[in-house]
Structures are given as structure tokens and as C-alpha cells.
Design a protein around this ligand. Sequence first.
Ligand code: ADP
Ligand code: MG
Length: 839
Amino acid sequence: MEKICVAVRVRPPVSQDASVATYWNVEDNRISLHRPHGTPISGASYAFDHVFDETCSNAQVYELLTRDLIHAAVKGFNGTAFAYGQTSSGKTFTMNGSANDPGIIHRAVEDIFEKIQAMSDREFLIRVSYMEIYNEEINDLLSLENQKLQIHESLERGIFVAGLKEEIVNNAEQVLHLKESGEVNRHFGETNMNVRSSRSHTIFRMVIESRGKDTNSSNGYSGSDAVRVSVLNLVDLAGSERIAKTGAGGVRLKEGKYINKSLMVLGNVINKLSDGAKQRGHIPYRDSKLTRILQSALGGNAKTSIICTLAPEEVHIEETKGTLQFASRAKRITNCAQVNEILTDAALLKRQKLEIEELRNKLQGSHAEVLEQEILKLRNEMLKYELEREKLEMQLEEERRSHKERDQCIREQQMKIENLSSLVTFSDCDRNSSQEHDSRRESPKEEGIDSTIKCQGDIFETPCFKGAPNNFVVKRSNYSNPPDFSPLPDSFSDVADEDTWFKMNKGYVPDLDSLQMTPARKVQSFPPSDVTLTPVPSNEDYKQELENLKRQLEVLTEEKNELQRKHTEQILLNDQLMGEVSELKHEAKIIQEIPERLHESVASCKDIYEDVMSTMQSFASNGESSTAKLLSGTSEIGRTLFSTLETHFAMVMNHKPVHANDSVSQEQYKELSESLKSTVTSLVLSEKPMENKQEYTWDGETAGWMEKSSNGLNSIKEKYHDLEKGLDKNNKLLEVSKERYGSLEREFKLLKEERDSLLRTVSESSQQLALLTDQKENVLKDLSTEVQRRKRLEEEIKQFSVAFASRQRILVSIENEFQSTIEKMRAQNPVSLPKSLGS
Ligand code: ADP
Ligand code: MG
């Protein structure tokens, strides 16, 4: 663990103003604000690793602050040096320098090559890149085509800028020449360079790979496969100033307005890191491109130096104080740098080992210098080829990822459709028969769809062109264990307000909203490819919903079946009851007709009786008065009997029940019996005086008639009694039938109600079924659009494969060209090679 090295450098004042009220005094490694007469102002004194006053040169700054860092980078440690301070405080002067006093970058580059020369036991490969972060966009300063580059992270390379051009270099001049060309690109298209330079960060990056040489071995390499890879960042940051708004009462700092998001986040990161390991919590590296690129330099696996430049003028006091506070906080940060050793093919040096060796062996001759140039060219071409391949791989990876997502989406859709169609099939089959259901579920049509999907699934699998590295051993420290969310920014007092920027940028208004803290973000675990990219249209929820629907449908279908069964049963019962009711009605009708028929027969009996009586009376009028009296008595009895019968039948026919204890009938009975009694008494009294003369008064014929009449009367009486009994019986039967009829009618009413409710339920069920059928149709429509989409996707993949194949062919041809050039060179320089290195 080691602290970040922090130095402060005071720029020479622009003009010597005698009327200054305060000044910055530098003493050893301390800087403090003094009054003109020499007394220090309390609370404005700061100590650092180094404090350079205005007389210090870039050479001294490099010597004291950066040299060790550069030497460590050559040895395999990551290193970062950056200049921080307000605009015009001397950052660019410190990093780039002047013709007379070259800056840190220039000196570092020369120092590195000197060091390499001195380290004869190691083989080096150095790559250079140069980028700019402007308005949170990364642009390649070595290649104008590469704009708005993205930051990626991989197991092999750690955090890197994808697509950034890297150039392999052999000497310091090449590096400085590249940097020059980068500066030219930086000027391109920008009218006001001051504005741009104070708003953009430039990162000059060198990747230094090295491996030990073994002078004893045949090919010049040691037995160890380890390659050291270190990254050196030399950063010129954007202006950190915040020019305060002038209020009525004087200068007032306006908090909360940040111009440069990267610097704001850098301040925030530094604040967090300076809190100490325990309190620091989440470090918001991901909140800006700058902090993400410099992640390892800030509290990670790197040696870091910060030079904070100050403008000594009194007018800049607040900004200077802000810069000094930043520097003080940065001083508290500890890093843990270690040598990065790689055993895999990730090291470019290792990948190019054989080729380099072959070419190097050929360099033993007078054409060495020319050939050295040629080799460099070839190596750069190789690098270009590799970068191109990397880019393609990245594109492929992206494509693969998006295919995976699409495939997943299709699968989900398919599952949805399958579930729904099985549901619908189930309901369909339920309507028909279970046998039909089984056969439909395993229908060849569905099998066909299934196999098509499987087949398409295979098509969507993008072939893997490169296996994952398996024996990666690069040592990268991993200190930060970030929690879930970015905290709110701490106050950071070195950024300019928007009005000033508006003026300085000639009307350009930065999007301040976009400079706010990034929203709370879940930290992704490494590697990122393992992370599911789609938020979930929740498949589980959908499945659950489908399951519920299925269950509902099952319950409904069961209910419907049960109701249908009940309905059929009830209809049968209903029919049976209706049959019984009609039978009873028929019976009742017959019973109702009985009194009528009896009435008719009584009427005919009465007619016959009256005929008989009139005939008898005509006979009797010629004979004895007693006979006539008897006849009239008998006729009276008969009339009374018949009239009683008629009344009874009339009552029965008017549906009035006839009971023995009924008061009307009782009276009639009374009357009847009295009249019969009186008639019989009168007849007996009239017969007594003539008792002795009976033989003389009545002849034989009359006696016969009398006997016949009394027999007829008796039979009529008997018949009447029989009829009365029958009537009584029929009345009882009628009562029972009526009761039964009433209960049947009630039952029928209930059944009718039940049937109505059943019909309602059945209609509801049919509506639900219709709804499901609609859903099924929609799903089928979805399926067909999905199938269309998949077809389109297939087409796209085919096109992509064709394009990829053509690109591969181009790359292969480049490789072939390269091979043939090597061959040519071999032919030009026929040097005897060891067999192991021969083609
Ligand atoms: P910045 O990059 O911080 O905006 P510059 O490096 O462009 O500032 O410096 C502004 C001016 O001050 C330049 O003209 C530069 O030459 C000059 N300057 C800065 N620092 C020094 C120094 N230590 N010695 C001499 N001149 C300096
Ligand atoms: Mg500058």
C-alpha cells in the first residue's frame, strides 16, 4: 500500500502587480497564503510531497515527481500522472512543456526508451494511444474515424477503450511524432482551442510489454513464459475552475452547478477515496468516463502522481484554494500497485514472439536499419489486423448477445403460445371428447412447429469463433467492493458556473442535467456477459397467469359439464312428470265425467219410473181408491228420491263435494225420510179397514202389478244407493288426484326455474368459451407475426454471415500478404536459421 504522490506547482505570475494584498509563499514542501508584509493567513497553509514554485522547471518536476513512476512502469507497474488545476494555471505547460523546457510526457517517453536500452535482459514491445474526453465522449486523437468510443471491461484486458487505435513504437521520436499528429487532430474542427482545452481531458497512454531474455537459449528467450504488461497514463485534465457569480455583496460561491461532469465525479471519487478504506463505501468510478478509465490509478493497482497547478494571481485565490483542497484530499488516497504478469496469449509481445524473432535474426547485417523500419511497419500492420479482429469480435459478441436476447424473447413467446394453444385445445377437446383431445395434443402439426422452432434455435446460435482464455493469471488488485448505489456528490469547489462557460464557449450551452449524478445503479458482477440484459418482462408472471387461466378454464368446463348433466337429468324427469300429469289429467277428466253420466242415467231412470207410474195410475183410476192412493204415495216417494239425486249430481257437477254430514244434504235426507215416512203411514192407515175385504177388492192382475211396482221401486232404491257409493268413491279419487296434480304443478314450476338458471349458466359458459376462442385467435395471429419476424431475423443473420465471411476473407488475404512479404524478406536475406524457427 502506498499513498498517491501529490505535488503543487505555482505558475509564474502573468504580470508583476505591486498592489497585491496577498501572495502564496512556498517553503520546502509547504505552500501558504501570506499578507504583503509577510504574516501568514491562518487556515491557508498546505503541505504536500513536493511544492514547486514559479522558478521550478519541468525538468525538476519530472525528476522529483514522475521519474520513479515512469521507471516503475517500465518494470511492469501501472502508472498514472495527471495535472489538475484551473485554466491557465500551467497544466498543459507541465505535461507538454515548451521547446526549451520539455514537459513530463516528452521526458517520460525519452526516459522509457533510455531505460529499455539499459535493460538488455528484457525484450520490450511498446504501444501508444492518445485520446480525448470531450463532453463525455471519447475520441481517438490518432485516428479521426474513431469517435465516440465506448469503454469495455474484459478479463484479459481489464478496463479498455474499445476501438482505440494503438501504434507499436520503436523509439522516442516515433512516439513524439504520433503525439504531435494527435495534437493536430485535436485542433481539427475546433475554432476556439482555449475553450476546448479547458473543457476536455487528454489521456496519452503507453502500454509497455516486456519479457525476460535468456541469452543461453537458442531463441534468446528465457524459459519463463510470463510477460509483464503495464499501462502508463499521462493525463492533462480540463480546467477545474468555477468562476463565482458576483452578487451585490461581493463574491459568492454558487454550489451545485457543475460544468464538467468528469471533473465533478473525479472530485467525488477523490473525496470518497480520501475517507479511508472503512468509511469510503461505494466509489462512483462508473459515473464518468474519466474516472472509469483512470479507475486503477485511483485507489487501485497503479502508482499515481498528481500535479496540481496554481495561478498565483490574487484574483484566482478561491480557485487556488479549491485546487489545494483537492490536492489535500488526494494525498490521503492509498494505492496498491503490483507488477502485472501475464501467462496467456493476451500479451501482444507473446503473440508476435516467433515472427519478431525470425525478423530479428535477419537483422544481422548491413541492411539492419532499413529492415528495422520494415519490421516496425509489419508489426503495426499486425497490430492493426489484431485490432480489426478485436473490433469484429466485439461486433460479433454484440450481435451474439442481441441474438441471444431475441432468441430468448422468441422462446418466451413460443412458450406463451404453446401454453395458450394447449389451453384452447384442452377447452376445444373438452367440448368434444377426451379421446379427440389426446389425439389433437399429439398432432403431427404441433410436432412440426416444435421441430421448426428447435431448428430455428440452432440457426440463431452464432458460432463461437474464439474460445475463452483458460489460464489467465494477470494480477489485478480489486480493492473496491462497491455497494449498490452512487451517493450524492459532495461539495466540490473547483468547477465553473454556466454563465462563464456560455461566454467562453461562444454560445455553446452544456446540458447541465446530463451532468448530474448518474441514477442509482446496480453494480454488475464480472464478467458482464453473464448479466441478463433484459429486464424481465416477467416470464414467470406470464406463466403464472397462464396457469391461473388454465385452472379457471378447467373449473369452468367441469362446472359446465356438471350443469349439462344435471340439465339432461332434469329434462328426463320433467318429461316423466309431464307424462304423469297428462295421465292424471285424463283420469280427472274421466272422473269429472262420471257424475254427468250418472245424472244422465238417473234422468233416464226417472223417465222410465214416471212412465211406469202413469201407466199404473191409469189402471188404478178404474179400481179402488186405496190403490190410487198407494200409487200416488209411491209416485211421491219416487219424485222425492229422484229430486234428491238430481240435487246431488248438480252439486257434484258444480265441483261441490258431497259429504254425509253436509248441512244441505242432511236437510234433504231429513226431508226425504220424513216424506217417505208420511207417505208410508198414510198408505198403512188407508189399508187397515179394508184388511178383511182384501181378497174381494184386489184382483190377481192388480196384485201382480203391485208386486212388480214394489220390486221396481226396491231395485231403483238399490241402484240409487250404489250410485251414491260410487259417487262418494269418485269424489275421494278426485280429491287425491287434485292434490297430486297440485304437487306436480309445484314441482314443475321448480323444475322450470332450475332449467332457466341452467340455461343462463350455459349461455355464460358459451360466452366465456367464445372469449377464449378469440384469445386463441389472437395468439395464433401473434404466432404468425412471430414466425415472420423469425424469418426476417434468419435473413439478417444470413446477410451478416455473408458480410462476416467476406471480412474474414479480406483478413486472411492480409495475413497471406503478410506471410508472402515475410517469405520475400527471407528470400532477400537468406540467413541460416535454426530449424525450430524455420517455416
Ligand atoms: P492550462 O493548461 O492549465 O490551461 P497552460 O499550460 O496553457 O495552462 O498555461 C497558460 C500559460 O501560462 C501558457 O502561456 C504557459 O506557457 C504559461 N505557463 C504556465 N506555467 C508556466 C511555468 N511554470 N513557467 C512558465 N510559463 C508557464
Ligand atoms: Mg491546458
